[in-house]
Design a protein around this ligand. Structure first.
Ligand code: DON
Length: 575
């Protein structure tokens, strides 16, 4: 494992020297910088070295974790446009060093003119692609509101100081990595197809992008400048808002000026749970992440997984059986709690969890067709997303996941404003029984209604041990987000891995329907596969799962930052 990591780091050093533009030392691997970083006085882990550096510089200037979060968020909108965003939304989990927890839901909302059947044709069938591509796929963006609201409450440095580095990166440009070059080339046709004026789209280049090319985004710099000058109204009103609405009207989009003005992010009470003596805090609806994660952990407590080992047939079988039940509940019961009565207590109830455990046969796969969601009578009460983790030198911690949904969202750039709009409307259930792009099912709980938030799987999570900060963790990956966070936690708590080992470890995933286990290549050997197949499991190999960026507080109090080797992700700490 260690050797494997070292090799990866070495490859990355050479790649980043060539591609990241800065001085040779800027993204050099050292004990406090790289895929793994260990430090005592602060840590930032994000999907891109340039964004990590922005966050780190803010911490070094005396900013707190929330300041660094705001800086990183705007920086990712510039240097990681596939998921970093102004035109999307997300979830923030914040633990102050005194142990108080706050979570902010800045998920997009359905526009005021949205309606339940808006993606169905006259026969009631889902119109392929309409919730994924083009202007109509977008919800009302929440990121800017979320960042400014969090900054207003907790920030210590002026907003201008936090946005300025991103303006510079947009105006002067930054050097793209080889992965980005490949990605921009891959999506070129989609960008051309979905934009009126491909010449104005900065991600389209005549010829091919290459590693080390400079990406300059002048319109985006101006949009950021307007936010810096005018705060919220620099985005939700005035020129930026007008450009968004003009973009909507140029296609079949339905977001209005009123929708933008009315957008508001919402403080939520985190979902909490205990797992083997650790306390877990994660995201409440409109994300399903917290409830599903805590269900999985509570189910797992019924089994001695550490004794069974991390990738044995026994453990993978049990995880799969738990996951299929949790995702069945998700499809039936979870949706935006401002619109739907989510039975949180009932879903996390100890007796209900025990009931679910009793349904699991230790040696045989259940057919997902036979797995039902919790009966309402039991109810006691009414690649692309990105995650970053930050801890400052006072011990304040941020876990934040944000997205425009699939890679490059709706593929529509707001002309003149230089940023991509989300295609988050696809996260609603367009029609009961018809899966979304991640194969997820849903029904009334997650149907489209004006101003409702579409159900998310994002799972920004913070864990405490003995009342002290222990882990900050999260990931992108659509439906696999929940199971990737779950496995990363198990890897550390049950299987004794370091943070980096836990993040690098191959992942497996099951989501009830479709009824198969998705695995990363090499997740387990042929013997384990054969054993699982003999129990009745179907196994399918797929491309990489998740990009976990996490921080662990080690027993000596030092911070171990772990950046996922699957991407350009980078960790930096203050010694
Ligand atoms: O909110 C959600 O669950 C999805 N829109 C997340 C999409 C995602 O993670 C794509 N990334 N790889």
């Amino acid at each position: 494992m260690k050797h494997h990591l070292k090799l990866l780091s070495l490859t990355l050093i050479s790649v980043l020297f060539l591609t990241c533009g800065g001085s040779k030392t800027e993204f050099e691997t050292s004990p406090t910088s790289g895929k793994t970083a260990v430090a005592n006085n602060g840590m930032v882990v994000t999907a891109h070295p340039e964004a990590t550096k922005v966050g780190m510089d803010i911490l070094k200037q005396g900013g707190n974790a929330v300041d660094a979060m705001v800086g990183v968020h705007f920086a990712l909108a510039v240097v990681y446009p596939s998921a970093g965003n102004l035109g999307g939304g997300g979830f923030m989990m914040y633990r102050k060093n005194d142990g108080e927890l706050f979570s902010l839901d800045f998920r997009e909302k359905a526009p005021g003119n949205a309606y339940e059947d808006m993606y169905l044709d006259e026969n009631g069938d889902v119109i392929p692609g309409e919730s994924l591509y083009g202007q109509k796929a977008s919800g009302v963006p929440g990121s800017v509101d979320g960042m400014l609201k969090a900054h207003e409450k907790f920030g210590s440095l002026p907003l201008a100081t936090l946005i300025e580095p991103s303006i510079k990166l947009a105006k002067k440009g930054f050097r793209i990595t080889s992965k980005q070059a490949r990605n921009y080339n891959y999506f070129k046709d989609d960008f051309i197809k979905n934009n009126r004026n491909p010449k104005k789209v900065t991600l389209i280049k005549e010829g091919q992008w290459e590693e080390g090319d400079l990406l300059v985004q002048k319109d985006l710099a101006e949009t950021l400048e307007r936010i810096k000058q005018n705060g919220r109204s620099g985005f939700y009103q005035g020129k930026t808002a007008e450009l968004i609405v003009a973009e909507m009207n140029a296609g079949n989009g339905i977001i209005t000026l009123e929708d933008l003005e009315n957008y508001n992010s919402a403080w939520r009470t985190p979902i909490t749970g205990n797992f083997r003596g650790y306390k877990v805090y994660s995201m409440a609806p409109s994300s399903s992440g917290g409830i599903a994660l805590v269900q999985l952990l509570k189910l797992s407590e019924h089994f001695p997984l550490s004794e069974y080992g991390s990738k044995t047939a026994k453990t993978v079988h049990l995880m799969t059986e738990m996951e299929r039940r949790v995702y069945a509940d998700r499809a039936e019961h979870l949706g935006d709690s401002d619109f739907w009565d989510v039975p949180v207590k009932a879903l996390l109830d100890d007796d209900y969890i025990a009931e679910r455990v009793a349904q699991i046969d230790p040696s045989k796969a259940t057919d997902s067709g036979e797995v039902r969601a919790m009966e309402l009578d039991n109810i006691v009460e009414g690649e692309e997303t990105t995650h970053y983790s930050i801890v400052d030198n006072m011990g304040n911690a941020i876990s934040l996941t944000t997205t425009i949904n699939s890679a490059y969202g709706s593929k529509v750039f707001v002309e003149g404003a230089g940023f991509l709009m989300n295609n988050e409307m696809d996260d609603f259930s367009a029609k009961p029984g018809v899966p979304n792009v991640y194969g997820l099912l849903g029904g009334a709980a997650n149907s489209i209604q004006p101003e409702k938030r579409m159900l998310s799987a994002m799972t920004p999570t913070i864990i405490e041990k003995d009342g002290q900060l222990f882990m900050v963790v999260g990931t992108p990956g659509g439906s696999t987000i929940i199971t990737s966070v779950y496995q990363t936690i198990l890897n550390v708590i049950d299987h004794g891995m370091t943070m980096s080992e836990a993040v690098s470890e191959k992942r497996v995933h099951h989501q009830w329907k479709p009824d198969w286990i998705s695995i990363e290549k090499g997740a387990f050997d042929d013997a384990v596969r054969a054993e699982l197949e003999a129990m009745g499991h179907v196994i399918k190999e797929r491309s990489s799962i998740g990009r976990v960026d996490a921080i662990l507080v080690r027993p000596d109090g030092s911070l171990e930052g772990a950046a996922d080797p699957r991407g350009d992700d980078w960790a930096m700490g203050i010694e």
